[in-house]
Design a binder for this molecule. Structure first.
Ligand code: SAH
Ligand code: SF4
Length: 386
């Protein structure tokens, strides 16, 4: 007889049709439409009201209608009957010895992703956001790649990661200068170009001048190389482009980044050269993870130079961040420096990315591992209780 098990972790939440709609991550157009549709705001006033609410939500970071002081008390009460402005739940918050912060955010039962804030030198810092929970690609050096895709994040869920970081950094209203959170990088979990609609809508919200107002030049989207989507990414977002290259030839890249078998280097490089807005002032960043004895020889550095010749570029060398069971080791420091020197001599800026937040598993490619472990132990507990 088949046995029935109660899967508490993945059971969808019951749908409440009367649940108030969350306005926190809507685009301007969606916000105006929601206001017009609810019957509280006259259709001809919907755009004006949307602008008012937009400033409170995205410039001031307010989550209570009662604090929206230029809206009448009566209107605030009526809005609160139909809507909420809310954040998803932060399940865990960790702060590293080096100041890196990591939040594990639960968007829905079983839908969790991590966001990492990396303080930079001076007063600025970057937020590394996730675009998917898990990933469909299986890059062999990446821990996220060992975890199946749960689903794409919505634009609202991507924006919520920025809002949660700004809540925690106490950075409301949006400062004009001296920001602690000055840059956004789509380098968390997932492949952003497999979720371009939501990523583009999220960037529209984050970059809006009357809100969070992070300039598109300070927003970088990293892709493992979904060549046919690059033009659309540039046209729709004007974001800076980062390419996870990691190998200078198809043979090795096929192995490290299996997507290369579908979009080999010739196809990928042609798409990069055609990236809208690419210039010396807006260079592409090539990311190159340093794997001991795999992709770190002087000959490979020279092959890399040949491959990217003529492309306005900088190269980020990323020391490999190990994870349990990983089939690679990080290159020796002297090897990384020798590799960087070859690129430097050819005129490329090639900073070696200092690993940040390793003690809280917040470094590149380590995301989600800890929460997976927690979930596994939670599962075992549940199984034992049955
Ligand atoms: N999916 C996108 C964006 C997320 S990955 C992409 O692949 O570009 C962000 C960056 O971290 C990528 O350059 C990825 O190659 C790198 N990375 C993944 N695992 C890593 C690891 N274990 N150590 C160092 N960098 C890693
Ligand atoms: Fe996915 Fe990027 Fe990791 Fe590759 S490196 S498995 S594309 S998250």
């Amino acid at each position: 007889m088949p046995s029935t098990t109660l899967d508490l972790v993945h059971r969808p939440a019951p749908v409440r049709t009367d649940a108030p709609q969350n306005l926190a991550g809507l685009t301007r157009a969606e916000l105006a439409a929601a206001l017009a549709a609810c019957g509280v705001v006259a259709p001809e006033k919907a755009r004006m009201r949307a602008s008012q609410l937009w400033r409170w939500i995205h410039h001031y970071g307010v989550v209570e209608f009662d604090r929206m002081s230029d809206i009448s008390k009566e209107m605030r009460t009526r809005l609160a009957e139909h809507f909420i402005v809310a954040r998803p739940e932060v399940v865990e918050r960790q702060v590293s010895r080096d100041g890196t912060r990591k939040w594990l955010i639960r968007f829905a039962p079983g839908v969790e992703a991590e966001t990492v804030y990396i303080p930079d030198v001076g007063r600025s810092g970057a937020l590394c956001v996730s675009s998917q929970v898990g990933c469909t690609l299986n890059c062999t050096f990446c821990h996220t790649g060992t975890q199946a895709l749960v689903r794409n994040l919505t634009a609202a869920e991507i924006v919520a990661q920025v809002q949660i970081a700004r809540d925690d950094l106490e950075e409301w209203p949006s400062p004009k200068e001296d920001r602690r959170l000055s840059n956004i990088v789509f380098m968390g979990m997932g492949e952003p170009l497999y979720n371009l609609d939501h990523v583009a809508a999220a960037i529209d919200i984050i970059a809006d001048n009357e809100g969070i107002a992070i300039s598109r030049r300070r927003i970088t989207v990293s892709t493992s190389g979904v060549a046919p989507e690059l033009t659309a990414l540039g046209e729709r977002t004007q974001a800076m482009l980062a390419i996870s290259l990691h190998a200078p030839d198809d043979g090795l890249r096929d192995e490290l980044v299996p997507l290369n078998r579908r979009y080999p280097l010739e196809t990928l490089m042609a798409a990069i050269r055609a990236y809208p807005g690419l210039s010396n002032a807006r260079r592409v960043t090539f990311e190159y993870v340093m794997l001991k004895g795999v992709n770190d020889s002087p000959a490979q550095a020279r092959a890399l130079l040949k491959l990217i010749a003529g492309v306005p570029a900088k190269i980020n060398l990323i020391p490999f961040n190990p994870w349990p069971g990983a089939p690679y080791a990080c290159s020796d420091w002297s090897t990384i420096e020798a590799f960087a020197a070859i690129l430097n001599r050819a005129g490329y800026a090639s900073p070696i990315r200092t690993p940040r937040g390793r003690d809280i598993l917040a470094a590149c490619g380590q995301l989600k591992s800890e929460s997976e472990k927690l979930r596994a132990s939670e599962r075992r507990r549940l199984e034992a209780a049955e």
